[in-house]
Design a protein around this ligand. Structure first.
Ligand code: 5AD
Ligand code: SF4
Length: 476
């Protein structure tokens, strides 16, 4: 169904136009490869968050439509596409390193094409650097041009000129693009794009545009399709799913959307990320508690346990309001578990303030944490803030935090011994021969002995032992 949010919807005619470019590229593939019984090969690597992974699945879907076979390595590929992430310097450095390494591939195979897309490319200074210093990169496009990939790829293939498309935009929603799903049982389902929050450290609002919600009908249709194809674990994606629907005029906000997906027929579970604490309401928590298919796990990034730092981060909640939300969820959702993102060493953070983050994680008792040392991002407010604490000192704080969380995690896993969890087996386990691995509703990795025929089917597993990265169990 077409998106009715007229301001942001890519018109159906434009998607049809892109489909024509897919056919044109397919013709080129046909002439060069398919007619000789060969496939042109494409390697797509995605960096960063699940939103990027979902974009990567669309890019792969388009490539398949264009006659390309997806391969697992850049070696021997006719097209290499890196779908990049800009969230931290480390992510960007990895991309530059990997692009640098492609120079040799291109030397060996001059007809190969190299493309870069995603969040890094949406930044003018990065695109300029690629233009100047990486002349063997053929195609560069930003997040807002993703739906125009077929057209841009066709230009690069047919013109032998370098193609750059990084125009600024508030962002669009493109429905109806093909998708190549990486998983058989687990699927990503974007419900909205962009971010309006402008946390002072974060580059996302600059590279992903403003918040825009997909129409509920489009989301429900995709969910139905996934369920019909046997997907059992569906993660709803958005930078802040709690502001879903703010830009729509139909009264459907995130709690209502969750309820509607929960009401679909079939045996499946629903996860979602990311939930911003400032917009996480009691209504949402009550909905999670009520909806049997919605997992009892909330990823609720706190970033810092100190209210002054939270204010400097522009998070718009306090330590106290966050903790009261956690208390409410603990009361309402049986066996609820939490995970979080933490930034250590935000500019101006003192050791005493950092210790408040440590005390907060002890108080909440997270299952696990995604911890990061602050990375200055050009264009953000925090980039220009005085940052007197050395990297070495921040590294110490970081390790201190990890050590505390490790203990908390161990305690959490230990407490699962003797309990029975519902698990979706995904494939062979690391523990040894005959083991399967899967995740519980609360997102804990569970390994247990079992037949391959159980893969993709929900099973009950009684936990027998806690490891530090997973728990072991036996089929009940
Ligand atoms: N430095 C460090 N971590 C960051 N994050 C976002 N921007 C930065 C930055 N500049 C982290 C936040 C966010 C997660 C996705 O990445 O914790 O929740
Ligand atoms: Fe970045 Fe904050 Fe938006 Fe999350 S909510 S994407 S951290 S600006």
């Amino acid at each position: 169904m077409a998106n009715l949010n007229r301001k942001v919807a890519v018109p159906a005619e434009e998607i049809d136009r892109q489909r024509e470019f897919m056919l044109l590229v397919h013709d080129i593939s046909e002439a060069r490869f398919l007619s000789q019984g060969n496939y042109p090969k494409a390697f797509v690597r995605t960096y960063g968050c699940q939103g990027n992974v979902a974009d990567g699945e669309k890019l792969k879907g388009m490539l398949e439509e264009m006659g390309y076979q997806l391969v697992d390595s850049p070696e021997g590929a006719d097209f290499v596409l890196y779908n990049t992430c800009a969230i931290r310097e480390h992510a960007e450095d990895r991309v530059f390193g990997n692009v640098g390494a492609l120079k040799n591939n291109k030397r060996r195979n001059p007809s190969m094409l190299i493309g870069l897309c995603g969040c890094m490319m949406q930044q003018e200074h990065v695109a300029q650097k690629i233009k100047k210093s990486y002349p063997y990169v053929d195609l560069v496009f930003g997040t807002h041009a993703m739906h125009r990939f077929p057209e841009l790829f066709y230009q690069a293939l047919s013109s032998h000129c370098r193609v750059f498309e990084i125009s600024q935009s508030d962002g669009v929603i493109a429905e109806g693009l093909p998708t190549h799903r990486d998983g058989q049982f687990k699927a990503w389902l974007p419900i909205m794009y962009g971010c309006n929050n402008f946390c002072t450290y974060c580059v996302v609002p600059y590279v992903r545009g403003r918040e825009r919600s997909r129409q509920p009908e489009d989301i429900l249709e995709e969910a139905r399709e996934l369920i019909a194809h046997g997907y059992k674990d569906i993660t709803l994606l958005g930078q802040n799913v709690n502001s879903y629907g703010n830009d729509l005029q139909n009264g459907i906000r995130f709690p209502q959307l969750l309820q509607k997906i929960n009401d679909l027929d079939g045996e499946f579970r629903i996860r979602f990320m990311t939930s911003h604490p400032k917009d996480c309401t009691h209504e949402l928590i009550d909905t999670i508690a009520r909806c049997d298919k919605v997992c009892n796990h909330i990823h609720l990034p706190v970033q810092s346990g100190n209210s002054r730092v939270l204010k400097a981060m522009n998070r718009r909640y306090t330590r106290e309001s966050y903790l009261s939300l956690i208390e409410y969820a603990k009361q309402k959702i049986p066996n609820v578990s939490f995970t979080s993102d933490i930034i250590v060493g935000f500019p101006g953070e003192t050791y005493e303030e950092f210790l408040q983050t440590v005390s907060l994680i002890e108080q909440v008792g997270y299952d696990s944490l995604y911890t990061f040392i602050f990375s200055p991002r050009k264009g953000t407010k925090a980039y220009d803030m005085p940052d007197p604490v050395s990297q070495e000192e921040k590294g110490k704080w970081f390790r201190e935090l990890l050590a505390v969380q490790e203990k908390i995690g161990e305690g959490k896993y230990q407490a699962l011994v003797g309990k029975t969890l519902r698990v979706l087996p995904e494939g062979p386990g690391k523990t040894g021969e005959g083991y399967l691995t899967g995740r519980s509703d609360s997102n804990v990795i569970v390994d247990f002995p079992g037949e391959d025929s159980l893969i993709g089917k929900f099973v009950n597993v009684t936990i027998t032992k806690a490891l530090n990265w997973a728990v072991l169990g036996e089929l009940r």
